[in-house]
Design a protein around this ligand. Sequence first.
Ligand code: PSU
Ligand code: MN
Length: 304
Amino acid sequence: MLNVAPRVESAIADRKGVVALESTIFSHLGLPSPANAQALRRCLQAVTSWGAETALTAVIDGEARIGVEPDQYETICGPARKAAARDLSVAIGHRWSYGATTVSAALQLADAAGIEVFATGGIGGVHRGVSDTGDISADLDAIAAHRVITVSAGAKVFLDLPRTLEYLETRSVPVLGWQTDTFPAFHAQSSGLPVPHRVDTADEVARIARAHWALGGGGILVVAPVPADQAIPFDEISAAVDVALAELADSEATGNEVTPVVLAALGRVTEGQSVPANLALAENNARVAAEIAVRLAAMVPGAD
Ligand code: PSU
Ligand code: MN
């Protein structure tokens, strides 16, 4: 049922450093073609060039894969059904041909396989208007529950970012700003909101993680800003978000359809500018995650 690639198993055993990846971002639900395939290639390369092993997660033909191989990349970049953590068992039981893992599903699979670091684009969080809709992404509880470090460019910019940070505090998730003092806003380098703690090196993250886990803690969120050359100014992206959310209000989308609809609308409203930003931040997160994974794997639990 759980299919862990042998190269991933060996990398864990050899303490080489492994980075898990979700697949929704690379499917038709995440990025338009051909940007999705480029994103996949660039994320995988960012991990391997840092000396870590990649573990792309997905459900393919009813089997949960941890470490998808190149012969399935075409499937990964194609049409998918979105599989959050609660859908994983259904995707397996109903033998979905392709269930693309979200953050919550990828974290569950990573944890089950013993992988300690995971990279994504931007996590889901508390949606604006939550008091009407109750929409809080399962990503947040999954980050809190699993002993895995998630690296993201903050949360998706169309969310309620202050409430998302509040929720992470409620769930005792350490939020570490990677070489930054403020919470990134996905396509924008900063939301202006302060992060509780700043870190500047992988070594700091590794030491914090080992301490957190020794104390019985769950997940850790490391937030890395999108690289400056692809960043969109916060005011500009905020204006685009307002237009995209108005389009959402006119659509019938609810539940797990909301995120793909808003991401597609943002692509249109920014005339494609959001796409290279999305690619650059995903690649950067994969690189930061690899750096952390290599350092963490080399550190024997309890010895440092
Ligand atoms: N961020 C992106 N693209 C995406 C997502 C996030 O840049 O496609 C996906 C992730 O898989 C995340 C999911 O886990 O959206 C959250 O969906 P929801 O808001 O329905 O929980
Ligand atoms: Mn939701």
